[in-house]
Unconditional design. Structure first.
Length: 275
């Protein structure tokens, strides 16, 4: 990958005007505080008051078993449609899959639905939105985005799926409007979605078996957000600092003889001129 492409990627991510919602310091601090409070309340209420937060999963599991093979098929279709219609939240569906099918089958069915939905969203954007991209963001930026995706393609998709602060659904639509090949998109999407999806399904499974599993899964999720946010803040500070100290072409560099004259297009003063 060229230095120019790396620069484009860094500008796109770290010099954006707005910080992603889940990477903002106040939001991250609120998430950490909320998790700590939940953990403390769980320990207090279970240890001293004998409360149980375990959900009885048997009625749900029995109801699903009665539907036979139709149940996972319908679930996969619902999961796919939740991706295609992005406003529908996915997390409750992951948790339900964990409660009903457990961590292995639950993750498998979620991944099947997510992959199908991502493919559908990609092709909808490719067929409908691709020709409108230059109109939306300009031809120059559209070409720049295509160049970036061509060089970084799989990695951009993978990390955008892995970071908890990024919504899975819009990634499919955005990718469909760029030049990334479908096979690259679908493979890296699957790999990127696997960990966060599996983690959420495990959290749902914990609600039906041992809520401490859910608490640990939530702690891992919060930890990933903290690491992502810390890297984002440090990298943005570094990139923005470099941008401030890097002179623009033709600008005056203090301490360099003859620079000012050359920068403004003047002829350097010679001894003959002084005479």
């Amino acid at each position: 990958m060229s230095d120019h492409t790396e620069g484009n990627l860094e500008e796109l991510i770290f010099q954006a005007e707005e910080t992603p919602l889940l990477l903002r310091k106040k939001v991250v601090g609120g998430i950490v505080l909320a998790f700590v409070l939940v953990a403390v309340l769980y320990v207090i209420t279970t240890a001293y008051f004998g409360l149980s937060y375990r959900i009885d999963a048997e009625p749900f599991q029995e109801w699903v078993e009665e539907r036979g093979v139709l149940a996972p098929i319908v679930f996969i279709l619902v999961m796919a449609l939740s991706v295609l219609f992005a406003p529908v939240p996915n997390a409750p569906i992951y948790i339900a899959a964990g409660i009903v099918w457990g961590p292995v089958l639950g993750t498998a069915y979620c991944m099947a639905g997510l992959t199908l939905g991502s493919a559908m969203a990609f092709w909808v954007a490719r067929r409908v939105g691709r020709r409108h991209l230059p109109r939306l963001i300009g031809h120059r930026l559209a070409n720049r985005l295509d160049t970036l995706v061509e060089n970084m393609g799989g990695r951009v998709v993978f990390w955008s799926r892995m970071i908890p602060a990024v919504n899975f659904d819009w990634v499919s639509f955005v990718a469909g409007m760029t030049a990334v090949p479908f096979r690259v998109f679908i493979v890296y999407s699957f790999l990127g979605m696997l960990f966060p999806t599996g983690l959420t399904v495990v959290a749902g499974d914990g609600l039906g078996r041992d809520p401490r599993i859910t608490l640990v899964a939530g702690g891992i999720w919060v930890g990933v957000i903290l690491v992502s946010a810390a890297y984002f803040w440090a990298r943005r500070k570094h990139i923005m600092g470099e941008a401030l100290h890097t002179p623009k072409p033709g600008a005056t560099v203090p301490g360099e003889s003859g620079t000012t004259a050359a920068a403004v297009g003047e002829r350097p003063i010679s001894g003959a001129d002084e005479a």
